[in-house]
Design a protein around this ligand. Structure first.
Ligand code: HSE
Length: 405
């Protein structure tokens, strides 16, 4: 029997309990022993719930229980999750988590503490929900030098962009739906301002490239300014708007960014819709690979957490390999010289000025969207980020601009 405890009985915590209970036969068989949930920590009461009899409000009941060998931390946030995780690891308990905030902030330190105590700190569910991308990077793509990871790593924003595209729905209404369906963060800004996918791409890049990427160094632009009109322009031109998170390695370093991008049907992530996430990986031997699955939600996320519980049970006192191991920060290269095209919307009266500043091949003035007949759009030639920024400042009156991926 392997005792387990769950810290936090919210969307993911209740999912973890459900997965362990619903699939108990195969979970136990694959873990090589019976997994028993002995304790669930939450400040709330759950009268009539199956966990009522094992519910505790006191973390000490868990950390001091020698029978608890695996702790699932699904509280989210840094406090008290960081302290609780440290204390569990120091007490010789494995910890499995979906807490991307904590992993992005203190992952390396927590893995070090785990190592010192001959246990594991696993965080598969912190990136891409149910998609086994961390295990793929650590255990499967080990013969490759990975040089690009590009993902749709936030289910809420992908759901919002898909609904806005398919239903012509309003941003605020769709966000509310996503929150009701349990995908969105309590503070929606982590999703829509894209700190959440920035943390996730920082975690994946740290694993793929070995040293810690600080998510605060990742250029991050969310979807708050994407309008229904932008999406209609994109659709008319055959593009989808997706919030992409990328980390790309070249000879002069690693670059990383999160931003809404226009992608065409031949892009591997074009048809990833709704709450689905997907991660495109390029390896120097493998070439292209795409991993896709549900990126948020109770059971998909819990599925990844419980897979970690099984892995922790299988590893016993042995430590698992993780590519993120160098005790140093990875300084990202500047994005200024990345070259790409941009879709730019302007007022019709500014066409002359735009022609001299951006030299586009032509203007898309045949698109009449709603009452936007006083504007036109154009696609720039390939421009570096720096060059585009300078021209945009000179021009001054852009209605909106989106990068083309
Ligand atoms: N809010 C996150 C998302 C949850 O929408 O992807 C999963 O990390």
């Amino acid at each position: 029997m392997i005792g387990c405890a769950i810290l936090g009985y919210g969307t993911v915590g209740s999912g973890v309990y459900n997965v362990i209970r619903s699939n108990c036969g195969l979970v136990n068989e694959r873990a090589g022993d019976d997994i028993e949930v002995r304790r669930v920590l939450d400040l709330r009461e759950f009268p009539g719930d199956p966990v009522e009899s094992i519910l505790t409000h006191d973390f000490e009941d868990i950390v001091n229980d020698p029978e608890v060998r695996i702790v699932v931390e699904v509280m989210g946030g840094l406090k008290p999750a960081f302290d609780f995780t440290k204390r569990c690891l120091e007490a010789g308990k494995n910890v499995c988590t979906s807490n991307k905030e904590l992993v992005a902030e203190h992952g390396l330190e927590l893995m070090r503490i785990a190592r010192q105590n001959d246990v594991n700190y696993f965080f598969e569910a912190s990136c891409g929900g149910g998609i086994p991308i961390i295990r793929a990077l650590n255990d499967c793509l080990t013969a490759d030098c990975v040089d690009e990871i590009t993902g749709i790593l936030n289910g809420t924003t992908n759901y919002i962009l898909t609904q806005m595209t398919d239903e012509g729905a309003d941003f605020d209404d769709v966000l509310k739906q996503a929150q009701e369906m349990g995908f969105a963060e309590r503070d929606p800004s982590a999703d829509i301002d894209a700190f959440d996918p920035a943390r996730k791409i920082a975690i994946l890049a740290s694993i793929a490239f070995g040293s810690s990427v600080d998510y605060r160094d990742v250029y991050t632009e969310g979807i708050r300014d994407i309008s229904a009109e932008d999406i209609q322009y994109a659709a008319t031109l055959g593009y989808a708007v997706k919030l992409l998170a990328s980390a790309v390695k070249s000879d002069d370093g690693v670059r990383a960014w999160v931003a809404p991008m226009l992608i065409s049907p031949d892009h591997p992530l074009y048809s990833i819709n709704g709450v689905m996430n997907a991660v495109y990986v390029h390896g120097n031997m493998l070439g292209d690979a795409v991993f896709t699955g549900a990126g948020a939600g109770s059971l998909p996320t819990a599925s990844a957490v419980v897979a970690d519980v099984i892995d922790a049970a299988r590893h016993g006192g042995k430590r698992a390999y993780c590519g993120w191991k160098k005790d140093e920060k990875l300084t990202l290269a500047s994005n200024e010289d990345i070259k790409r095209k941009f879709l730019v919307r302007i007022k019709t009266e500014d066409v002359g000025n735009a022609t001299s500043v951006f030299a586009p091949e032509g203007f898309l003035d045949t698109i009449t969207i709603g009452d936007l007949d006083d504007e036109v759009a154009f696609i720039t030639p390939d421009l570096s980020e720096k060059d585009f920024e300078e021209r945009a400042n000179t021009f001054g009156k852009i209605v909106s601009r989106i990068r083309i991926g």
